[in-house]
Design a binder for this molecule. Sequence first.
Ligand SMILES: [Zn+2]
Ligand SMILES: [Zn+2]
Length: 329
Amino acid sequence: MGPTRTPMQRSSGYDPNPIELPPLFQSSPKPFAMARWLVTKFMWPQSIMWIVLAVLTFHFVTPGLDRFRSLDVGDVAVLWFRNAAVMFVVIGGQHWWLHMRKAQGFEFKYEARWLSNRRKLFTFNHQTRDNVFWTLVSGGGVAALFEACMFRLYATQAIPQLESLWLIALMTFVVFWIEGVHFYLNHRFLHWRPLYRSVHALHHRNVNTGPWSGISMHPVEHLLYFSLPFVFVLLPGSPFIATFCMVYLMISPSPSHSGFDRFVVNKDVNFHGGDFFHNLHHRYFEVNYGMLLLPLDRWFGSFHDGSLEAHERFKGRKRNLNPSDQSSY
Ligand SMILES: [Zn+2]
Ligand SMILES: [Zn+2]
């Protein structure tokens, strides 16, 4: 063991350039550059991949709506099993490639150290087992329950449903923006001190994160986090959009918490992997609560762009939220 570290100090690793706001939200808004940013940086490749994965999941491994007309435990269990299988393949695949096979070593890794496999802070005293447990058992379960509830509402025609494929596609794109607000609000709430200590500290055990850390959360946090599709009780949506919300919420945090800024394919090709914006949240705790797409942090004064100037600005404000201080679960 090296010297005790505080969350403000980290092992030297890959330091990306400071984060720029999306072009629409810079001091002089640039709508055309924003359109280009959306296509080339935001949608490609990850957001497109989540939509494709949701289409495959919905069409090939999700039971038809009729089954959910009378909802029972078995229907939730089927979705839970489906969730676990999808997460095992996609999240487990990244963990295997990056952290077990160590295919790219520390290249593009934010912290030049591996995950903690012997630390009392974690359930089972093991970061990966802790993360897999909370992800599959609590995360997969709550997501299954909420998706089944949405299916039941659609099966009984209790809520408004879009029929046009174009409108469903458009609303799928709108989900990213709705989630930008939804995630900021529930995450900001989770940093309210009593809730932080009893609930959200579980996610923040992970300062040096891996793919399984993404939705390694307390069950109460899962209830908030996975409540996104319930906005479609009021807004017109569709069963596919309910599945898309869940696939997006379950899977997209895995590359963003992978610990690697870029995924290396070979020496000439690499693509966008981690989310430096959220990585800074795990390092500094009281910054970057939301997402870059809709920079609510910028508007409410908690935006950390990763620069030294931002580090100086925030270090005076930081409260002691070191997860080592929290009691274990
Ligand atoms: Zn996180
Ligand atoms: Zn947090």
